[in-house]
Structure formats: structure tokens, C-alpha cells
Design a protein around this ligand. Structure first.
Ligand code: SF4
Length: 103
């Protein structure tokens, strides 16, 4: 199985569809918006509402392109200055690639 989460948000969706636990903050927010067809579980669902400005794709911000809306962006981790590299946080058999300084 392969999970990929990072700056290409479409990959985050792919990861969620495969049933792999979300690690990237954007993927977590995306998944929190999906209604759950169980009224009991749905009543307890906590949505992650992103605030901040959506960056222009023509002039992306430095560092992680998600940092203007990321709820856990951190100067200490370099979110605003260093582009996060892809890292396999899974195993060789079950790869899970994430581009985030805090995962
Ligand atoms: S690298 Fe930083 S800003 Fe980007 S998703 Fe991870 S924690 Fe958020």
C-alpha cells in the first residue's frame, strides 16, 4: 500500500481514499469535512476549519506552500522558510510519503 501526502493536495485525497491514516495537516482538515453516514458518529465529528489566506499559485509563498493556512505552522520547524522534503514515514512494504516538517 502507498500513501502520499504533501504539497500536491490531490495526493492527500488519494491517501485518504486508500484508508491510510492522515498525517499531513491539510489531509486532516480535508478528511474532517467529509460527512459520516452514521448519525451518532457524525454528531461527534469535529471539523478542522482552516483560516488564513489562500496563496496565489502564481506567487507561492516561501517554505511550505500551506504555511499561510496551516494550524501548526512553526518558525522553529522552518515552515515559512524551508520547503519540506518528501519522506517515507511508513515502511518499505507500506510506504507513506509525507512532505511536512512536523510529521
Ligand atoms: S511543513 Fe509546516 S506549514 Fe507545512 S504542513 Fe507541515 S507543519 Fe504545516
Amino acid at each position: 500500500m502507498l500513501g502520499v501526502e504533501g504539497n500536491n493536495y490531490a495526493f492527500g485525497v488519494g491517501s485518504a481514499v486508500q484508508g491510510i491514516p492522515a498525517l499531513h495537516p491539510y489531509t486532516k482538515a480535508l478528511l474532517s469535512a467529509i460527512p459520516i453516514p452514521d448519525p451518532v458518529v457524525e454528531a461527534k465529528r469535529q471539523r478542522i476549519i482552516l483560516s488564513g489566506d489562500v496563496p496565489s499559485p502564481m506567487r507561492p509563498p516561501p517554505g511550505c506552500v500551506f504555511h499561510t493556512r496551516c494550524p501548526i505552522a512553526s518558525d522553529a520547524h522552518g515552515c515559512r522558510t524551508v520547503v519540506p522534503e518528501w519522506r517515507n514515514v511508513g515502511t518499505s512494504r507500506n510506504e507513506h510519503w509525507v512532505a511536512c516538517h512536523r510529521v
